[in-house]
Design a protein around this ligand. Sequence first.
Ligand code: KG4
Ligand code: ZN
Length: 341
Amino acid sequence: MITGPVLAIETSCDETAAAVVEGRVVRSSVVASQADLHAPYGGVVPEVAARHHIGTVNAVVDRALAEAGLRLADTAAVAVTRRPGLIGALLVGVATAKALAYAARKPLLMVDHLHGHVCASWLAPLALDPPFVSLIASGGHTRLDLVRDWRAPEPLGQTLDDAAGEAIDKGARLLGLPYPGGPALERLARDGDRDAFTFPVGLAGRPPGLDFSYAGVKTALLYRVRELGEAGTAERRADLAASYQEAVVRPLADRLMRAAERTGVTAVAIGGGVAANGRLRELVRAAAEARGLRVAIPDRALCTDNAAMIGAAAHFADPVPWPDYLALDAMATAPPGGIAA
Ligand code: KG4
Ligand code: ZN
């Protein structure tokens, strides 16, 4: 385990991020979003993301170090997201981290992005300790894990098709909202009635389990929008947004509570970009409090992609000593099964 400040870098998708984390304390966290660059395309263009990371990453690292009042030489190690994500984007972060660590003769810590999302709750002031059930809902993943040991979350359930964030983004697009869809859908939903429309809840007909399904809800919204026509959809946009958001986030909160009940833990945590959603945060907080569970809800900025969470997960990774890491590579996908430290 590394003691001392860790410089962490995250470039797995469309945020260029760097942070300095010391123990559970975030000394700095800088996120440069490329969202505006991808908006005209309605989603992330991998090649554009990778090229933009190259142009931005050094400045973002410099700012993270400056805000922490440190030089690279003062850090104890460099950490980086190794997987999963867009391969070109990941390669920029990994190459940058290797170069910095090599030049400064520091060890390197390779981190799994999803493990980062789980470990956001390890950071102060939440400073959660196991055992707890973790819900991660992002653009590419939706899963529940039992965390008895930070190093090895144990899978309880996951989505069988689309991720919750994917459903949010596709729904937002159907309602004519700009990319990124999540925050825009949440804003529009504020003026709508969440009971106005009923959308199917994935896997509702099956015995109650801990998996998720989002392919059906997205199709249901598509049919509703077609039925209503252009003018009807425009008129009911806020109601559609509120009802659709409810159909996506309610199963997340419900299954998280079910998982807590089944495992007998007394604490739950949420993470990933969808965990920035106000309605999900409200549902999870209320349900947990009603059951007397401790609930860890990280700051919104620690739910959407950031490097502070990578610095947190780095605490549980095995340091690769200088210069043994030069041949290590990024990987687009995670190994099957659980989240690896
Ligand atoms: O964790 P994240 O930033 O990146 C991935 O690892 O995928 O998650 C991105 C996802 C996107 O689908 C985005 O629309 C969603 O999180 N998201 C939200 C909100 N902010 C981001 N969904 C609902 N409400 C939000 N406020
Ligand atoms: Zn993420």
